[in-house]
Ligand binder design. Structure first.
Ligand SMILES: CN1CCN(Cc2ccc(Cn3ccc4ccc(-c5n[nH]c(N)c5C#N)cc43)cc2)CC1
Length: 238
């Protein structure tokens, strides 16, 4: 899968993608990330990308020309790609949308604005407008990284044999169970006995109970379409 990112801060993207799962996926050739500086698509000597908003108001708005020139440059190869604009006004990004992007797109262009936003006319050239959540960021770059990271985790082989995105909590419809590792006793804080028992059936049941308990407490909205067995466990918790 190929990601092309349009931004005035390429170093934000370039720094993050070198590490962790993403770095390994890049080294394996499972994913490719190309970052383009919008200032390289300006036509003035100052590489200006913003201007005052028509109609007045605080702050600056990013001009359409650099976005248009960059998008036309990418489209010159006539390869299919999904163009996604990151924006506070976008539709909510979820694990389900990450799965859809992974399944449907061989290449994605992630368009990152800054300032108070971008000229509305850019939206004529994009396929989707997406927001990663109901909070205000300073630009689209963090949102682009969230999308890249969550989509790459879903690509078969990206996590390596020992891990699987299918196990990711949001894939199962509820939150994760608690995790512990050595030491067994840290300043009197002990690992739950059941995890030391070697009884895999008991451990699985304990983990399911804990996951449902965590979900009931922090994200009851996720508790839909439970299996009869999970519903029985949940009722015991109430
Ligand atoms: C008078 N108006 C002036 C604008 N504000 C709204 C506003 C508009 C842009 C910005 C900064 N910004 C610029 C590009 C850009 C892309 C994505 C995001 C973003 N934020 N949160 C998410 N989940 C995001 C995502 N994905 C933010 C961005 C901040 C606040 C309302 C009042």
């Amino acid at each position: 899968m190929k990601f092309e990112v349009l931004t005035i801060f390429p170093e934000i993207i370039e720094c993050y993608i070198k590490h962790g799962v993403l770095g390994k996926a890049l080294n394996k050739g499972i994913v490719e990330v190309k970052v383009y500086n919008l200032r390289d698509f300006t036509s003035d000597k100052h590489k200006k990308v913003d201007d005052y908003p028509y109609g007045g108001g605080a702050g600056m708005v990013m001009q359409i020309e650099p976005f248009y020139n960059a998008i036309m440059h990418l489209k010159a190869d006539e390869k299919p790609r999904k163009l996604v604009l990151l924006s506070p006004q976008g539709r909510k990004f979820t694990q389900k949308l990450a799965q859809k992007f992974m399944e449907e797109s061989k290449a994605m262009v992630l368009i990152c604005g800054r300032y108070e936003g971008i000229d509305e006319r850019v939206k004529a050239f994009v396929d989707e407008e997406v927001s990663i959540g109901d909070y205000v960021l300073s630009g689209g770059e963090l949102a682009a990284l969230v999308i890249i990271d969550s989509v790459v985790r879903l690509i078969p082989g990206a996590l390596g044999d020992e891990l699987s995105a299918v196990e990711d909590s949001f894939m199962k419809g509820f939150l994760d169970y608690p995790h512990y590792t050595r030491p067994e006793d840290f300043k009197g804080m002990k690992v739950p006995e059941v995890l030391l028992s070697g009884d895999h059936k008991k451990i699985a049941l304990w983990r399911k109970r804990q996951a449902l308990k965590n979900t009931l407490k922090n994200r009851p909205d996720l508790l839909k379409n439970l299996s009869p067995e999970d519903m029985r466990i949940l009722k015991e918790l109430c």
